[in-house]
Design a protein around this ligand. Structure first.
Ligand code: G6Q
Length: 548
């Protein structure tokens, strides 16, 4: 275990000094002085290109950041994860989403047992079942083809499949529609059930523990809806479960034969590569699901085999640490310029913030430095018309990740060229900015009076020197989507290692859940005890009154 506090390492101290020197340096000057800068700070893996030259770095920055990664024991930790060691130390679990896409089948041992045969068995079962649904061999109770596929799950059992299904919408079978019910809000259920027909609907209940209140409540509502329409016997033809908990699945009333298993070594937010991806396989076909695994595997191989200096997830992670821990910038934004990727930022919010939003280090001590940043985003160009004002002229710096495919799935007129022009313009504008003098000149050219120029010139200026990464794919397909998501998974892992926190537990979501359980009987009038603070107590009373 890495015991030394990371902010006491040699590399950290050197980075602090280096920051003092670099914080005033303008990126546009570094570009002007070094014509090789773009080449130096960009990297390519298969059909993916990362340009990180628009960051506030020079060669020494990268050298020191990599030294910090090494001093943090990163190389050993990467090996430990891939070897199935129990790096999720608080829950004493291995962390093996990489085994789910281990296409070489090289054995990976957990407690001396190779996990690959069970991984492959479930993949084979998923193939058989998704083919049978797609080709109409596995039919509904009344003999009709199942064309409405509803995933009931939340958090890690929802966000990954939802994001991936949306990202790969162009690959959906023509006659299949996918729906997702996650929120406990009855509206989520009602709105989906209103659209579908029980005879043609397959419900996939996705829950690792099979005890999550939202998922089980939604699943019970859907089960009742189906049974009311088609009778109890129909359940076997319309419900399957994805879980690690056979007992609870059976208790719920789903035959374990209709259950697709996964294991403790698959974390919820890392589970779309497992049985949790069943809806993806049904929507886009198992071959495409496999292509997604292969893309992720290509990123895994790159991450495992490449030296830190040329390692994409490591570079991204260390740049994040540079801003988070040295510039004091505790936020970043991911903007896919691709409508199909619009839910990637939402997915990454969980991946990053649930993994690295931690204040205790693995040695049990409070950390003395910033850990996980706040992440937000949305699809470009939409977000240019909402929060980009702050990105360009706010008092906060927000490092950006721009994602753009060179080729769109919908090449209509000049749409895609306009889209590309926009993303490239944003990166350039953020980096270069516009000086007050330039703004004044522009106003002069526009024929403004001297008074107006003097008043407006600062409003119209941009300080620039704002960082961004640009990630270009030839096209977004199942393979490149797999690469993209695995890239962020490993980025988050690297940061967790450097911060010496456990990226794989999520105790932070427990307290609210516990309190909800104590408030529920009070709302339902089954308890008169009100032991809450004055605000919560009166809100309970208010809502009870309003509901009468
Ligand atoms: C993810 C978290 C969390 C989890 C949900 C659903 O890493 O653990 O988001 O996925 O709470 O849990 P179940 O799959 O057990 O229903």
């Amino acid at each position: 275990m890495f015991e030394k506090t990371v902010n006491k390492t040699k590399a950290w101290k050197k980075l602090e000094n280096h920051y003092k020197h670099l914080r005033k340096v303008e990126m546009k000057d570094m570009f002007a002085f070094d014509e090789d800068r773009a080449k130096k700070f960009s990297i390519n893996l298969e059909q993916m290109y990362l340009d990180y030259s628009k960051n506030r770095i020079n060669e020494r920055t990268m050298k020191l950041l990599m030294a910090l990664a090494r001093e943090s024991g990163l190389e050993e930790k990467i090996k430990a994860m891939f070897a199935g060691e129990k790096i999720n130390v608080t829950e004493k679990r291995a962390v093996l989403h990489v085994a789910l896409r281990n296409r070489s089948n090289k054995p990976i041992l957990v407690d001396g047992k190779n996990v690959m045969p069970q991984v492959n068995d479930v993949l084979a079962k998923m193939k058989k079942f998704s083919d049978a649904v797609r080709f109409g061999e596995f039919k509904g109770y009344t003999g009709k083809k199942l064309t409405n596929i509803v995933n009931i799950g939340i958090g890690g059992s929802d966000l990954g499949p939802f994001m991936a299904c949306e990202a790969l919408r162009k690959y959906w079978a023509k006659d299949i529609n996918c729906y997702f019910i996650s929120n406990i809000d009855g509206t989520a259920c009602a709105e989906v059930l209103n659209k579908i027909d029980p005879e043609t609907t397959l419900f996939i209940v996705a829950s690792k523990t099979f005890t999550t209140i939202e998922t089980l409540t939604n699943a019970r509502t859907c089960r009742k809806w189906l049974v009311d329409a088609l009778g109890e016997h129909a359940v076997a033809k319309h419900f399957v479960a994805l879980s690690t908990n056979t007992q609870e699945v059976e208790k719920f009333g789903i035959n374990p034969e209709n259950m697709f298993e996964f294991w403790d070594f698959v974390g919820g937010r890392y589970s779309m590569w497992s049985a949790i991806g069943l809806i993806i396989a049904i929507a886009v076909g198992f071959e495409n699901f496999e292509r997604m695994l292969e893309g992720a595997n290509a990123m895994d191989q790159h991450f495992y085999n490449t030296d830190l200096e040329h390692n994409i997830p490591v570079i991204l992670a260390m740049l994040g640490i540079w801003y988070n821990n040295f510039f004091g910038v505790h936020r970043y934004s991911v903007i896919p310029y691709d409508q199909y990727l619009q839910y990637v930022p939402m997915y990454l919010q969980q991946l990053d913030m649930e993994s690295n939003g931690k204040f205790v280090a693995v040695n049990g001590e409070y950390v003395k430095y910033a850990t996980g940043p706040v992440l937000f985003g949305g699809a470009g160009t939409n977000v240019q018309h909402s929060f980009y004002q702050l990105i360009h002229q706010g008092t906060e710096i927000v490092p950006m990740d721009f994602i753009i495919p060179a080729i769109s799935h919908n090449e209509i007129g000049e749409h895609h060229e306009i889209l590309v022009a926009n993303v490239l313009a944003q990166g350039e504008a953020l980096m270069r900015g516009k000086t007050v003098k330039e703004a004044a000149e522009e106003l002069k050219k526009a024929g403004k009076s001297r008074e107006e120029i003097n008043y407006l010139k600062k409003f119209k200026s941009f300080e620039g020197n704002r960082p961004s990464n640009t990630i270009v794919f030839k096209k977004i397909d199942p393979y490149t989507l797999g690469m993209l998501i695995a890239m962020y998974e490993h980025k988050v892992f690297v940061q967790g290692v450097v911060w010496n926190i456990n990226s794989f537990d999520q105790y932070g979501v427990e307290l609210g859940k516990q309190m909800a359980l104590s408030i529920l009987p009070e709302l339902q009038n089954n308890s008169s005890e009100n032991k809450h603070d004055a605000s919560t107590g009166s809100l309970i009373e208010l809502i009870k009154r309003l509901r009468k």
